[in-house]
Design a protein around this ligand. Sequence first.
Ligand code: ADP
Ligand code: GLC
Length: 472
Amino acid sequence: MEILHVSAECYPVAKAGGLGDVVGALPKYLNDAGHIAKVVMPMYRTKFLYENKWEVVHKGSAYLGNTWFDYTIIKESNNKLGFDLYLVDINGLLDREKVYGYDDDTERFTCFQIAVVDWVSSWKHKPDIIHVHDHHTALIPFMLKYSYPYQQLAGIPTVLTIHNAQYQGWMDWEKSDYIPHWDGWKWGMLDWNNAINPLAAGIRAAWKVTTVSWSYLHELRQESNGLESLFEYEKGKCVGILNGIDTVVWDPEKDSYLKDHFSIETMAAGKRTNKEALCEEFGLNPDKPLFVFIGRLVGEKAADLLPRAIGDSLYFMDQRMNFLVLGSGEPHVEAELADMRSYWMGYYNSRIGYNEQLSHKMYAGADFLLMPSRVEPCGLNQMYSMRYGTVPLVRRTGGLRDTVLDIGEPGGYGICFNQASVGDITHAVYRAVELYDDQLKFDSVRRKLMSLDFSWDRSAQQYIDVYNSLLS
Ligand code: ADP
Ligand code: GLC
């Protein structure tokens, strides 16, 4: 079968977080399973765009409200990613450096979705499934069902995967004419609390909805930024499918970002070499346990708790450990994490910004990874860290609950806690230091981590089952 993924991100073309990783990996695994998976995304001005060869496959035009716009679809010529990759070029609107964060994001992503639907309507053989991701593409299931110009596509089954329900893409009703001429009787499908809510519209209009872990699906019915009753009402069409990780990109034996590779057999020495290099770079002591945090510095990740949790751990446990933070996000958290450097010099350091290579070096060189998230739909960091023999410290929520088992339980391999609070994080750090001091146990936990299988194989099959259920 042929599946078209529509997404705002796809690694390595453009990535702001885990969505990019998932859309860059899942299609490869669907192809390996004998299907044809393609990805279409906006054409941003990224390095990948300039470094690769492209051919024009389609040109078209459409309306956004009263504004006529032209779009061009280009295709990467050498199948570099292991699947067909298409970019939508809309002059002046999508071709920017960042993926999100512009005042006209509503216009940008609505035009993108219209261009995709318009383009697909020109295909001779239509895709069997259209799979959209998050609110930036969640109006597509509605457009296919209820926009008159695209009625010929109404029979194509749609799947909406929710990676993060916090962001819903809210639009003023004044912008309702952005959506290509649609059946006015269906306004209730778009509305949530007197605004157009693309995510809610996607949940209602998609044939099937998936979330990126089982626990997250369950939690959304209790807490989903206002959509709780909708998740309860639509539970029959929702299913949780845990993300996998791309074990080719994330492979400690071959990782192109690392100088020193290691396997499960050479784990202790290999990680030590990586740790020494990292500690050297950041002025830390490699003989102490190294805790890292990698991620968006936002409330969902509980990044605001890091300064106190790190300060308290260093203070109350006599600087028996080191911390290194990599991330960007809320300005006050960035500032606090930068300011702390001089106070805890030699024990703590941070790099504010986004740095793919450094993240790989940190997964490889760290002893422990902190993830105290308040909300974590799936979380990939903990899976990357485990693949690199780094013990995750996670709050029991969403995908973290589904992927990490506490060392206190039979067969356990991580450190789990219940609250996103300074006290719980500090206590988890204390337990981690105890584990580190018991070298034999520490090594056996790390080897266990490296033997776990978080690859996409199983999850890709679950998506295929979902697609098949819609086609039969
Ligand atoms: P989310 O998508 O909510 O940010 P995930 O755990 O699913 O969380 O994925 C985060 C991805 O982004 C991982 O690949 C992680 O390594 C990467 N990442 C996050 N922040 C940074 C950063 N500052 N530099 C490099 N990589 C980062
Ligand atoms: C979102 C979630 C994260 C998840 C990622 C990929 O960004 O916040 O938990 O891992 O999407 O699905």
